[in-house]
Write a protein that binds this ligand. Structure first.
Ligand SMILES: [Fe+2]
Length: 308
C-alpha cells in the first residue's frame, strides 16, 4: 500500500506532575533519547530507531493525561488538502505556526468528536537514528532501560466513538481493522484503526469520560524484549497494570504499566500486517475477555477503569 496521506503517529504531548522526575524516568527506565527541554516547562524525547527530532513531549502540569496527539502526513500539499477536507466535513481547524514545537513545521490542530485534540504536520527535522542511511550497521549500541524502537499507537476514550471513527475513516483515510461489538451485537464498543499497514495506529473506546488517555504504546522488536521490559520494570519498581501477556485483538504481546504521573503506557510487540482489501475482524461481547487478554480470558478492573 502506498502511504500518501496520514503516515503515522508522530508525536504527542503528555502532562506530567514532576518534570525532572519524569525526565529521569523516560530517559533511564524507558530508555528514550533525551533531546532537551525548553523555557516552557517542556522536555523532548525520541525513541532509538526514530529519525525525527522528537516523538514525545513532556509538559509540567498539575494533572496527568495527554494534551494532544500528532500525526505526520506525507507533505505540504497533503497537509493543505486534509485541512480543507476537515473543514468541509464541519470540523474547525487551527494553524499553529512553525517553531511552536522545536524543529517542527506548521501544524493543523482540530478537536475530534471524542474531545481529543489532534494535529497534523508534515515537517520535523530528521536527526537520524545514529546508524545513518549509507551502509549502516544493523544494531544500535548502548541501549538502556526498556529501549523501544518507536512510538506505535494510542488508545483513547470518549463518548462519541462513532463520530471519531467516521472522521478518521471518511476524512483522514484510516481503515477499520478490528472492532468489539456491544451486547446488542451492533454498536461498536471499541475500534482499532490504521493509516498504514500496521494492525493499528490508534484505538478508540466508548467511554463517557471524553478526552481521556488509556495508554500510549511503544514498540519492541521481539517477545523476549517484552519479557526483558518486565524485568526492567521490576528493577525500577515501576507500577505494572498487567502483563506480560498476549492480546487476541491484533495478536500483539504486551505489558501495561504506569509512569510516575499515573499515565499508562504499553510496551508492545507484534501485530499482523493489514491491507485495505482485508475485512475487519469482529469480536462479540461474550468473547471480550479473550479479545483483550488472550491467556487469562478475563479483564481486570484497573485496566477498565483507570484513564488519565
Ligand atoms: Fe495498545
Amino acid at each position: 500500500m502506498a502511504i500518501t496521506g496520514v503516515m503515522r503517529p508522530g508525536h504527542c504531548q503528555l502532562r506530567v506532575l514532576d518534570l525532572d522526575a519524569s525526565i529521569t524516568f523516560y530517559r533511564d527506565v524507558m530508555g528514550l533519547q533525551f533531546m532537551g527541554r525548553d523555557g516552557r516547562d517542556r522536555a523532548f524525547f525520541k525513541c532509538l530507531d526514530e529519525r525525527d527530532h522528537h516523538s514525545l513531549i513532556l509538559r509540567q502540569a498539575d494533572r496527568a493525561g495527554m494534551d494532544f496527539y500528532g500525526f505526520k502526513v506525507r507533505d505540504a500539499a497533503t497537509l493543505a488538502r486534509l485541512d480543507s477536507d476537515l473543514r468541509a466535513y464541519g470540523i474547525s481547524t487551527e494553524r499553529i505556526p512553525e517553531g511552536d514545537l522545536p524543529e517542527t513545521g506548521e501544524r493543523v490542530r482540530f478537536q475530534a468528536p471524542t474531545g481529543h485534540q489532534f494535529e497534523l504536520y508534515w515537517r520535523k527535522t530528521d536527526v537520524g537514528n545514529h546508524l545513518g542511511c549509507r551502509n549502516p550497521e544493523a544494531i544500535i549500541e548502548g541501549r538502556k532501560g526498556i529501549s523501544p524502537v518507536r512510538l506505535d499507537h494510542w488508545q483513547i476514550h470518549g463518548a462519541d466513538l462513532d463520530g471519531s471513527r467516521d472522521l478518521f475513516c471518511d476524512v483522514l483515510g484510516f481503515s477499520l481493522v478490528e472492532r468489539i461489538l456491544g451486547e446488542d451485537g451492533k454498536q461498536d464498543m471499541a475500534v482499532w484503526l490504521t493509516c498504514s499497514a500496521k494492525a493499528h495506529d490508534i484505538a478508540f473506546v466508548r467511554d463517557e469520560r471524553n478526552d481521556t488517555l488509556h495508554h500510549a504504546s511503544y514498540l519492541l522488536e521481539t517477545w523476549e524484549q517484552v519479557l526483558k521490559a518486565a524485568d526492567v520494570m521490576t528493577v525500577h519498581r515501576v507500577s505494572i497494570d498487567i502483563g506480560p501477556l498476549r492480546h487476541g485483538i491484533t495478536r500483539g504481546t504486551t505489558i501495561y504499566a504506569f509512569d510516575p504521573s499515573g499515565n499508562r503506557f504499553e510496551t508492545f510487540c507484534g501485530g499482523y500486517d493489514f491491507y485495505p482489501d482485508m475485512q475487519p475482524t469482529v469480536w462479540t461481547w461474550d468473547e471480550v475477555g479473550r479479545a483483550i487478554f488472550y491467556h487469562t480470558r478475563e479483564l481486570n478492573e484497573r485496566f477498565l477503569t483507570v484513564v488519565t
